[in-house]
Design a binder for this molecule. Structure first.
Ligand code: PBG
Length: 325
């Protein structure tokens, strides 16, 4: 007890470094990139300072810059030039994500991991993550699964190193695993958006990916933010279906979920520091209300401390640059 024990003894100078429990490393980071088939020049996403929608012609150069910063991987999102009810432009060999994947892999080979987001919402005219039942206006789970399998296979055929299904359909991991295995892609891992919440923090992403829904919302398939036990069941099912990495999304409002999942399953666990989390810090920093760099560092550190092994974040390039200094 005090005065024998003084916690402040370990808080100064180099000792502080020695007793630090959590460290951020460039190895923890995955950078999301948006490839836009509708443009020939890079355009900044208005609600996400510094985040660009890139034309295909600029993707390989951007990937090179990311790899040069020491970042291990990117996750690719596509904005197709055409959308329809059934997301037909999601799984063709010449569609946008497939082309972007090929360009990056041709240039960089094993120097950069390419992960692809497997979902339908960027490709459907209604913006939902699957096939819509015209009567109930809800996503039909089981009819969506084979399409997700087809999308995943097309991504891997183009060279994707890992697929990341984000649509929160029941059975999606098993369906995608089967589709990949049938094509002899049994060594390609799946990173499941396992506990994905129906969150207000995806707002800026929907600007970035043009994936806002035209009716309803995503609450019939994404999780209720009030639930925590349910996240464990979601993750457990995905592990049984063959997920290799499980993800929690968003990150900051769900640190408790990251911790529970890491403790319960000991799986490689990812956290998605989503667009709204990024936009909040950027907006506050732009107003001079927060020190942007410190707020970024502290937020990402908290995600690691909660138990995440890797973080998908729009801050990846900035953090990597900061860590180099
Ligand atoms: C697609 C998908 C979304 C995000 C990643 N994949 C959007 C959504 O579910 O509405 C959000 C990422 C972010 O906000 O940064 N299903």
């Amino acid at each position: 007890m005090f005065p024998n024990i003084r916690m402040r003894r370990l808080r100064s100078g180099k000792i502080r470094n020695l007793v630090r429990e959590t460290n951020l490393s460039v190895d923890d980071l995955i950078y999301p990139i948006f490839v836009d088939e509708t443009t020939d020049s890079a355009m900044e996403v208005p609600s996400m300072e510094g985040v660009m929608r890139l034309p295909l012609s600029e993707v390989a150069d951007e990937a090179k810059r990311i790899a040069d910063l020491g970042i291990n991987g990117v996750i690719i999102f596509g904005i197709p030039s055409e959308k329809d009810e059934i997301g037909s432009c999601a799984y063709g060999d010449e569609d946008i994500v497939q082309q972007a994947t090929r360009e990056i892999k041709e240039d960089l080979g094993d120097d950069l991991l390419v992960i692809t987001d497997v979902c339908m919402c960027e490709y459907t005219s209604h913006g939902h993550c699957g096939i819509i039942d015209p009567k109930s206006k809800d996503v039909i789970n089981d009819e969506t699964l084979p399409i997700l399998g087809q999308i995943a296979v097309s991504h891997v055929r183009a060279g994707a190193d890992m697929v990341a299904p984000s649509g929160m359909m029941d059975g999606m991991i098993g369906a995608i695993r089967n589709s990949l295995d049938e094509e002899n892609f049994e060594n390609v891992p799946i990173m499941s958006y396992a506990a994905k919440y129906s969150s207000s923090f995806y707002g800026p992403f929907r600007d970035a990916a043009d994936s806002c829904y035209s009716f309803g919302d995503r609450s019939t398939y994404q999780m209720d933010p009030a639930n925590s036990d349910e996240a464990l069941r979601e993750v457990e099912l995905d592990i049984m279906e063959g997920a290799d990495i499980v993800m929690v999304k968003p990150a900051l409002p769900y640190l408790d979920i990251i911790r529970r999942i890491k403790d319960e399953f000991g799986m490689p666990t990812a956290a998605y520091n989503v667009s709204g989390e990024y936009a909040m810090i950027k907006a506050a920093a732009a107003n001079g209300w927060l020190d942007g760099d410190r707020a970024m560092y502290e937020s990402l550190l908290s995600i690691k401390r909660a138990g995440a092994d890797m973080i998908l974040t729009y801050f990846a390039k900035e953090l990597a640059t900061m860590l180099q200094k």
